[in-house]
Design a protein around this ligand. Structure first.
Ligand SMILES: [Zn+2]
Length: 225
């Protein structure tokens, strides 16, 4: 989702509850259609544990020491677990998110369009002009495929700001073949799908497909220019 920055001097869009619900339904439909899920565990074939053989020896036992054993101090009580720190959790969340950024955005593109991550509560994520991506924690932690797609989607907004004609906010690069109601969000969905292979359509737009997906994949493959 786009968040128009103070630099741009424009307003802020909000996501309605209706759209959230629609996105959830579309997501489930997408999963039912066979979207890959990188979080699915791979079950290794079961292998029996190797047999362990023991060998007894007939050596005589060592003589017991004559000295009296030192008194054994009682074990100290276990140290209490440190209380969870909000700062630490936030740092880990950002580190995790940045590792996914580096995993989904090719390095040369990330060098051309760098981003900063902030993790915020909720199920809405935002991009602000200038590189800031605010990731809703539900997007980040629901499952890795959704986190990857959302990050790629938001990075797509950042790329549009840098490389698009910018006659309106978030305008896709020239030639993006889409005539629907929300080109900026459709473009971001296409970037998300092209970079990750996953599809979590936003704003009730439906998935990216056909010419739009082909254009986006080709545009990304060509690299920054
Ligand atoms: Zn968006």
């Amino acid at each position: 989702m786009l968040r128009r920055s103070l630099i741009k001097g424009l307003g802020v869009w909000t996501l309605s509850a209706t759209l959230v619900g629609t996105a959830g339904v579309a997501t489930r439909a997408s999963e039912d259609a066979g979207t890959r899920d990188a979080t699915a565990p791979v079950t290794a074939p079961h292998r029996p544990a190797p047999l362990v053989t023991t060998t007894s020896t007939t050596a005589a036992p060592a003589p017991r020491p004559k000295a009296a054993p030192a008194p054994v101090a009682p074990p100290p009580p276990p140290a209490p677990e440190p209380a969870p720190s909000v700062v630490d959790v936030a740092t880990d969340a950002v580190g995790y998110a940045m590792s996914l950024v580096r995993a989904v955005v090719p390095a040369r593109w990330l060098a051309a369009v760098p981003v900063q991550i902030s993790v915020i509560p909720g199920n809405t994520s935002w991009s602000s002009y200038g590189g800031l991506i605010e990731l809703g924690d539900w997007h980040l932690f629901d499952k890795e495929s959704r986190a990857r797609f959302t990050i790629a989607h938001e990075w797509g907004h950042q790329a549009a700001w840098v490389f698009g004609p910018d006659t309106y906010d978030g305008e896709p690069p020239r030639g993006f073949p889409y005539g629907g109601p929300d080109p900026a969000e459709q473009w971001a969905d296409c970037v998300g799908q092209a970079l990750t292979g996953y599809s979590y359509p936003s704003h009730g737009l439906g998935g990216c497909s056909g010419d739009a997906l082909s254009f986006t994949s080709g545009w990304l493959a060509a690299g920054p220019r």
